[in-house]
Design a protein around this ligand. Structure first.
Ligand code: ARG
Length: 487
C-alpha cells in the first residue's frame, strides 16, 4: 500500500521475510482499539468529518468481528488493517484514518497495551501462588524439617519457614511487575514517525480513551524506546529463576532417597519403558522453560543495545519475545499453584531426617553460650561431640555422660550438665526458643504468616483496580464508537 516511491512489488520470499503479520496476531485487537481512539480524536479536533469518522469506525467494527485472514501484500497488521478499512470505507474516508499517525507510534502503542494487560494477569497469578504458599505454611507451621546449606543438613527448621521464603521471593517478583506497570501505562500514540506532527491532534485525548495514565511525551523516546519490554521480560526471567529454584528443591525432595514430599499423580509423568516411574516432568519443564525466558531477555537486550535513535526495523523482532514470555510465566504460575495445592508433605520422613543427622548442633552450642561459654569454645565442644557420635554411629542424645568428659577441653562445663543440655535441646524446644526476626522460630512463623496475608490483600486490591480501569476505558470507548455509529 505504501510503495509508490519504489519500483515493483516485493517477491513472495522477501515479503515473508519482512512481514510481521504472524507475530502481530496477538496485537490485532489492540491495534483496532488504538485506531478507534485515534479516529474519534481526529473527529473531536475537526481533522475529519463525522461522516468520515463513521465510515472508518464502522469498517473497524466489522474487522473486529471477523477473523483477519485476508491474503495480502501487507507487511504488518497495521498496514493490513488500514488496507481493509480503505477497502470497506472507501479511499475518501478510509484514506484519512492514518492522518497524523505512523506505524512507529502504533506498534509501540500495541505493545504497551498488550504488556499492560499481561502485567495485570501475571500479578494476579503471582498473588494466587503466594496465597497458596501462605495457606500451606499455615497448615505446616509445626512440621519440623532440616534446613540445608551446601546440600548438607544445617539447622533444624520448619516447613512453613521454607514455604514463606518462597512467598517472600515471589512478593519481590510481584512488586517488580506491579511497579513497572506505571512505566508501561503511558501512551506513545501521536508521536508520529519520530518528530510529531503539524496536524492539531490531541495526544492527551487518545491516551485517556485508551486508559493510559499519561504520555510517553518525547516523540523520539516514544517511538524508539523498548526499555519497557526489556523490563517486562527481565522481570519475567527473574520470576522464572525463582520458580526454577523451587522446582529444583521439589525435584530433589520427591526422590525416593529424600521422600520429603510426594507430588500428586496428575502432576507427574511416567516412562514408556520403566513401569515404576513417577517423574516430576512438570517441575523439570519449569527449569527448562526458565532457560527460554532468559533467552528472550537476552534477545531483547541484544536487539536494542546498539540501535541508533528513531525507529529501525530491528525493533520488529523485539515484540516476538513478549507473547511467549507471557505465556510461559502465566502457565508456569498456574501449574506451580496447582502442584503446591495437591502435593503431600511427608512429616515422618522429615522428622527421621532430623533424627538421623546433627542439625541440632548449633542449638546445643547456643545453649552453652547461654551458660556463659564463649561461642568459639561452644563450637569446639559440640564439634568434638559430633565427631565422637558420628564415629560411633550414634545420635548426640545417645552419647553417655562418660562420653562428655574428653570433649570439654578447657573444663568450661560439668560433663553431667552438658549431657543434660543435650537431652533437653530437642528440635521442638529449639524452635520454641528461636526468637530472632525472620527465623524458623514458631512465634515468627505465626507473625510472618499474618503479615504476609495483609500484604497479599493490598496487591490484590491494586491489581483489581487497574484491571477495571482498563476495562472501563475500553467500555467507554466502545460506547462512544457505537453511539456515533447509531446517530
Ligand atoms: N511491523 C513493524 C514492527 O513490528 C511496524 C513498524 C514499521 N515501521 C516502519 N517504519 N517500517 O515493528
Amino acid at each position: 500500500m505504501y510503495r509508490s516511491r519504489l519500483d515493483g512489488k516485493l517477491d513472495d520470499v522477501t515479503l515473508e521475510f519482512l512481514s510481521s503479520i504472524s507475530d502481530d496476531e496477538v496485537f490485532a485487537q489492540y491495534d483496532i482499539l488504538g485506531s478507534q481512539a485515534h479516529t474519534l480524536m481526529l473527529l473531536e479536533n475537526k481533522i475529519i468529518t463525522k461522516q468520515e469518522a463513521s465510515k472508518i469506525l464502522s469498517a473497524l467494527e466489522k474487522i473486529k468481528k471477523e477473523p483477519i485472514s485476508e491474503k495480502s501484500e501487507a507487511e504488518d497488521i497495521h498496514e493490513l488493517i488500514e488496507s481493509i478499512v480503505v477497502k470497506k470505507a472507501g479511499m475518501d474516508a478510509g484514506g484519512k484514518m492514518h492522518t497524523a499517525r505512523s506505524r512507529n507510534d502504533q506498534v509501540a502503542l500495541d505493545m504497551r497495551m498488550k504488556i499492560r494487560d499481561d502485567i495485570n494477569m501475571v500479578c494476579f497469578c503471582i498473588n494466587q501462588t503466594i496465597e497458596t504458599l501462605i495457606t500451606l505454611a499455615e497448615k505446616n507451621s509445626n512440621v519440623i524439617m532440616p534446613l540445608y546449606t551446601h546440600m548438607q543438613q544445617a539447622q533444624v527448621g520448619l516447613f512453613s519457614h521454607f514455604l514463606l521464603a518462597y512467598a517472600d521471593a515471589l512478593f519481590r517478583d510481584l512488586d517488580r511487575f506491579y511497579v513497572s506497570y506505571g512505566r508501561v501505562n503511558e501512551s506513545p500514540l501521536g508521536a508520529g514517525p519520530v518528530g510529531g506532527t503539524s496536524i492539531p491532534i490531541d495526544r492527551q485525548s487518545t491516551a485517556k480513551m485508551l486508559g493510559f495514565k499519561g504520555l510517553v511525551e518525547n516523540s523520539i523516546d516514544a517511538t524508539t524506546s523498548r526499555d519497557f519490554v526489556a523490563e517486562y521480560v527481565g522481570n519475567a526471567a527473574i520470576l522464572m529463576t525463582n520458580l526454577s529454584r523451587m522446582a529444583e528443591d521439589f525435584i530433589i525432595w520427591s526422590t525416593s532417597e529424600f521422600s520429603f514430599i510426594e507430588l500428586a499423580d496428575k502432576f507427574t509423568s511416567t516412562s514408556s519403558v520403566m513401569p515404576q516411574k513417577k517423574n516430576p516432568d512438570i517441575l523439570e519443564l519449569i527449569r527448562g522453560k526458565t532457560a527460554q525466558v532468559i533467552g528472550y531477555q537476552m534477545a531483547v537486550l541484544s536487539n536494542i543495545k546498539g540501535l541508533p535513535s528513531g525507529y529501525n526495523r530491528d525493533l520488529q523482532q523485539v515484540k516476538v519475545s513478549i507473547w511467549p514470555t507471557s505465556k510461559t510465566i502465566i502457565s508456569s504460575l498456574l501449574v506451580v499453584n496447582s502442584l503446591l495445592k495437591t502435593m503431600k508433605i511427608n512429616e515422618n520422613r522429615l522428622r527421621q531426617a532430623i533424627d538421623g543427622g546433627y542439625s541440632i548442633s548449633l542449638d546445643i552450642a547456643e545453649a552453652l553460650v547461654r551458660k556463659g561459654i564463649p561461642f568459639r569454645n561452644s563450637h569446639k565442644i559440640v564439634g568434638n561431640l559430633v565427631q565422637k557420635a558420628s564415629n560411633s554411629k550414634k545420635s548426640l542424645t545417645e552419647l553417655s555422660p562418660e562420653d562428655m568428659k574428653d570433649v570439654i577441653v578447657g573444663g568450661e562445663i560439668d560433663p553431667k550438665d552438658l549431657h543434660r543440655i543435650i537431652q533437653s535441646t530437642t528440635p521442638e524446644y529449639s524452635l520454641d526458643t528461636r526468637k530472632s526476626q525472620g527465623s524458623s522460630g514458631k512465634h515468627e512463623q505465626h507473625r510472618m504468616i499474618e503479615n504476609r496475608k495483609r500484604k497479599i490483600q493490598a496487591y490484590m486490591t491494586g491489581t483489581g483496580k487497574r484491571t477495571s480501569e482498563v476495562r472501563e476505558s475500553f467500555e467507554a470507548l466502545n460506547k462512544a464508537v457505537l453511539s456515533l455509529l447509531h446517530e
